[in-house]
Design a protein around this ligand. Structure first.
Ligand code: 5GP
Ligand code: ZN
Length: 121
């Protein structure tokens, strides 16, 4: 299996800059551990990214560095989806470029508001 690409670190990481307020983000939730903000190119009527404040390149690295954080991301995803009336939603972690990851700061996609069926392609 190819190694997961980590072509950005905190200094030049887009999501670190959004979290730091250097680049605008449409935040729907923030706490000491994580933030949630709307995706700039939504793939569904509701498309929010939930990201830990701590920079790690992907979800498994976050889980290794901070064993409770991935559960916290999932809980926050549920809160922000339900806050806008979505009880049903899809959660996605893309890990590695071949899986579609383009921003190498851990983030959980929360998608809702359209019928998504059973496919994943
Ligand atoms: P990935 O492809 O890494 O899983 O997801 C990255 C997501 O970040 C994409 O859905 C993309 O639309 C979103 N994105 C890229 N640049 C920005 C930005 O500057 N602001 C926001 N809010 N989302 C972004
Ligand atoms: Zn980062």
């Amino acid at each position: 299996m190819p190694e997961v690409s980590t072509d950005s670190d905190t200094a030049d990481c887009l999501f670190c800059r959004i979290i730091a307020g250097e680049i605008p983000g449409d935040f729907v939730h923030q706490d000491q551990r994580l933030v949630a903000f709307r995706d700039i190119a939504p793939k569904a009527p509701f498309h929010v990214l939930v990201a830990p404040r701590e920079h790690q390149p992907h979800a498994a690295a976050s889980a290794a560095a901070d064993p409770t954080i991935v559960g916290e991301l999932v809980t926050a995803a549920d809160v922000v989806a339900r806050a806008e009336g979505y009880d049903d939603y899809r959660l996605i972690f893309n890990t590695g470029a071949d899986a579609g990851q383009t921003v190498f700061h851990t983030h959980l996609h929360v998608l809702a508001g359209k019928l998504m069926g059973e496919g994943f392609a």
